[in-house]
Design a protein around this ligand. Structure first.
Ligand SMILES: CC(=O)N[C@H]1[C@@H](OP(=O)(O)OP(=O)(O)OC[C@H]2O[C@@H](n3ccc(=O)[nH]c3=O)[C@H](O)[C@@H]2O)O[C@H](CO)[C@@H](O)[C@@H]1O[C@H](C)C(=O)N[C@@H](C)C(=O)N[C@H](CCC(=O)O)C(=O)O
Ligand SMILES: Nc1ncnc2c1ncn2[C@@H]1O[C@H](COP(=O)(O)OP(=O)(O)OP(=O)(O)O)[C@@H](O)[C@H]1O
Ligand SMILES: N[C@H](CCC[C@H](N)C(=O)O)C(=O)O
Ligand SMILES: [Mg+2]
Length: 487
């Protein structure tokens, strides 16, 4: 049981109607979950407006209503608090409700278009290997030291974040690494958290359905760094043209990493093979099992964070060399006939181009590259033709197929992809609606030594079609087909 006024601490309040000395049960922002004596936070969403459900919440027992506009009539015995932003209020309420768990461990947020899951997951792995209890909030999963929970978002809502942070504190975790998505920042899911550090990876085309312009998308990411405290570090990629912009107005300790520019943490790629990368980080050589030049950036960012959090240089380098790849991020297997199949979550033009260029760097001319790729439905449509163009120009064969069509017609998505293919590349492409058939065709086409890239779904174990999640695992299916076909 908590007292209303205690959990309202730091919430920017405009007006109050009723008493804030009441005891409350728990906080909800979905009226359907309200129980007796709960707080209902009314949020103006994308699809509907929580303010329309205030009456419903009260009928289910809500005693404290947090809203941006007062209703026309007040209900007796219910307290109403008018706030400037319900999202921001929710963030503070959630942090207060769980006694500010983010201030009781070292929390590091990773933001940027690509690399968040990789960096956050590998930091989790590295600090576990260093002997600490650690937490992780990522697209793939939520981990409280060794207990794994499913993830629904890259950055969950603030109630969920604080719930798990609290569990981490209770379990004795000293560190937590979390992904900070642009939706998360925009919806203030991370607003009341106390960060020890922030990392910027890179910025490229994504989510322009939600953010409308690239500048708006960039500024939302920057907001995360604007809000970091003086005591935190802000580590940015100096090779990315938006890297410096991110730190323009931050109060945090500014640190940079780069392969091409001057930076606090510098690396050089000495070798880049299918078995890993040999890097020279500052003055030390280290062999890591991760593949592809983009992973040199990820490794360098991880190294920077490890040092900023107090690990010794030698220990950080040793731990880097032990890291294992993250599920669905350049995950691969080699068949009996030496066909290499790579599963990668690349679902943006930039990520796809990176993965294809990485394969280009490590393959010899004799091997054919067959790419299977689709684009998700109900998401940014403008990336479809661009991704198809990239796949068809950088592969010997590109097979366009369905990703998660969601509520869209999968054939329409493929048509929109095909529109981006340049004339001279058209003969290298084929469209197969059914993802399993598309993967099967790639396996049939592949000759010994060839490379198959299956892009877009990475770790996902389902395909979402019209609201239904059907079992689908790219890695499992590819392994089965390769075996069935005796490849
Ligand atoms: C577009 C978007 O970000 N939507 C998020 C948003 O929901 P919304 O604004 O659509 O909510 P809404 O349905 O309009 O409802 C408004 C309010 O009314 C409430 N309501 C609604 C109905 C009712 O009967 N009673 C009631 O109280 C709802 O609980 C809500 O508080 O707030 C919800 C609660 O936090 C989120 O779950 C939801 O994420 C949806 C499911 C989603 O798909 N989000 C994706 C796009 C997302 O956030 N992705 C990023 C990663 C992107 C990336 O970098 O790859 C992420 O961090 O996961
Ligand atoms: N530093 C990087 N630069 C460019 N591309 C990268 C980088 N790291 C990973 N990628 C590519 O982007 C894909 C997605 O990587 P990852 O899941 O780590 O990113 P993310 O930022 O968490 O993405 P999401 O927003 O979807 O959660 C990977 O599968 C890989 O192809
Ligand atoms: N976090 C990403 C996931 C996309 C994954 C891809 N498989 C798809 O379904 O579009 C997003 O919400 O845009
Ligand atoms: Mg992610």
């Amino acid at each position: 049981m908590k007292i209303a006024k205690d959990i309202l601490y730091k919430v920017p309040i405009e007006a109050v109607h009723g008493s804030t000395s009441i005891t409350i049960n728990k906080i909800e922002f979905d009226s359907r979950k309200i129980e007796l004596n709960d707080v209902f936070v009314a949020i103006k969403g994308v699809l509907s407006d929580g303010h329309l459900f205030i009456e419903k919440a009260i009928s289910l027992g809500a005693k404290l209503i947090i809203c941006e506009t007062f209703p026309a009539v007040f209900t007796e015995g219910v307290t109403y608090v008018k706030v400037i932003s319900s999202n921001a209020a929710l963030a503070h309420l959630a942090a207060n409700y769980y006694d500010n768990p983010s201030s009781k461990l070292k929390l590091v947020g990773v933001t940027g278009t690509n690399g968040k899951t990789t960096i956050a997951s590998l930091l989790y792995q590295l600090f576990k290997r260093a002997g600490y209890k650690v937490g992780l909030l990522s697209t793939v999963k939520i981990v409280v030291d060794e207990t794994i929970y499913g993830a629904t978002h890259t950055t969950p809502d603030s109630l969920t974040i604080n719930h798990y942070l609290n569990e981490m504190v209770e379990t004795g975790c000293e560190f937590c690494f979390m992904e900070v998505s642009s939706h998360g920042i925009h919806q203030k899911r991370t607003e009341a958290l106390c960060f020890e550090g922030g990392v910027f990876t890179n910025l490229s085309h994504d989510h322009l359905d939600y953010h409308k312009t690239f500048a708006e998308y960039r500024d939302v990411k920057k907001e995360f760094f604007d809000h970091l405290p003086k005591t935190a570090f802000a580590l940015t990629n100096a090779d990315d043209k938006n890297g410096a912009i991110m730190l323009q107005n931050t109060h945090a300790r500014k640190k940079t990493y780069a392969l091409k520019s001057y930076a606090d943490f510098r690396a050089q790629i000495l070798e880049n093979q299918l078995s890993g990368l040999l890097l020279k980080i500052n003055n030390d050589e280290v062999w890591v099992k991760l593949i592809g030049s983009f992973n040199a950036y990820n490794v360098l960012a991880i190294y920077g964070v490890a040092l900023e959090l107090g690990l010794e240089n030698v220990e950080a380098l040793r731990l880097l060399s032990e890291l294992e790849s993250v599920s669905g991020r350049f995950q691969y297997f080699i068949s009996d006939t030496k066909i290499t199949t790579i599963i990668d979550y690349a679902h943006t033009p930039d990520a796809l181009e990176n993965v294809l260029k990485t394969i280009e760097d490590i393959r010899t001319k004799n091997e054919q590259l067959i790419t299977v790729v689709g684009c998700g439905g109900d998401r940014d449509k403008t990336k479809r033709p661009i991704m198809a163009n990239i796949a068809s120009s950088l592969s010997n064969t590109a097979i366009f197929t369905s990703d998660n069509p969601r509520t869209e017609d999968p054939q329409t998505i493929i048509d929109e992809m095909e529109a981006g293919v340049e004339g001279q590349n058209f003969k290298k492409t084929v469209s197969i609606l059914d993802r399993k058939q598309a993967i099967k065709t790639a396996c049939q086409l592949a000759k010994p030594g060839d490379i198959i890239l299956i892009a877009g779904k990475g770790h996902e174990t389902y395909q979402e079609i019209n609201g239904v999640h059907q079992d689908f695992d790219d890695l499992k299916i590819a392994k089965e087909l390769i075996q069935q076909l005796g490849k």
